[in-house]
Design a protein around this ligand. Sequence first.
Ligand SMILES: [Zn+2]
Length: 351
Amino acid sequence: MDQIKLELPSVEVMEAAFRGRDASFDGIFFAAVATTGIFCRPSCPARKPLPGNTVFYATAAEALFAGYRPCLRCKPLFSSDDPDWLRELVARVESEPRGRIKESELKSMGLDPATVRRRFKSRYGMSFQAFQRARRLASAFEAIKEGGSIDDAVFDHGYDSHSGFRDAFAKLFGEAPGKAAGSDYIRLAWIESPLGPLVAGAVDRGICLLEFTDRRMLEAQAEALRLRFRLPAAPAPHALLERLEAELAEYFSGSRREFDLPLLEPGTPFQERVWAALREIPCGETRSYGDLARALGDPGAVRAVAQANGRNRIAILVPCHRVIGSDGGLGGYGGGLWRKRRLLEIERHGH
Ligand SMILES: [Zn+2]
């Protein structure tokens, strides 16, 4: 899940490039269409969706991990200098996303597993095994999908939610572990908001997760949490989660500007400095990645700052949405740019 979040052009520029099939933007961003669950290159010849239905990603890997399938027409996972074996391998995963190609099979195909791992790492930012896992997750979402209408409502308007999401949530995260599974686990809650549902996680020492979600992303988030904390995660009540829900309701109604909750967000020392700096940006204001790098006393670290910003796991409370592109454009946002725009509006003007 640790994909590099590059700075993206403004959403207006990307919308225009995608609609205009502008090939000069190929490789700069990928466009995922919420209503179809498919992601494309900007130049894709297929019919374009209505404005507002598109989510933009800096890398194909991010789109993949968010649960989108690569378009069959513009084949966004390939580039012209990919070796044939890589294309064949990716095509094989595509044709059978639920399968699992083991190392022994790679060898019998005449491929060196170490070379495959290195190439996938540099090309997609993840190992071949992780690549296959991402595809399996995406296809699992197809299976639990009840139909497009619920997703459409949430994505198109952002002001709707549905109990179907809650059911999917319970299904994916499973039951609370019994005593035998160990006493410590991450308590998860599903929190409704005017910008769509959020998934929140807490341990006794603090809130450790708050991310906008949709059903496509749930399983990937569950997997990432388990890996990050090496703890099981399951839906369960917790006093911190109740306080979080109450404070968020006040925030969205415009009556709260700061949160009063312990946070637990372990990272590298650099990431932790960046996340601490994010919390210094006053509500209602924004900073560029460059501003943040200078505030940290390291003006050359713009890219590293952007990367750490993209890896923040506690949305809103660690306000990564207050960092925008140096051109004044919105930049990127894991929860979707329309949400970033709305959060900034709420903070600037109240509800
Ligand atoms: Zn396409």
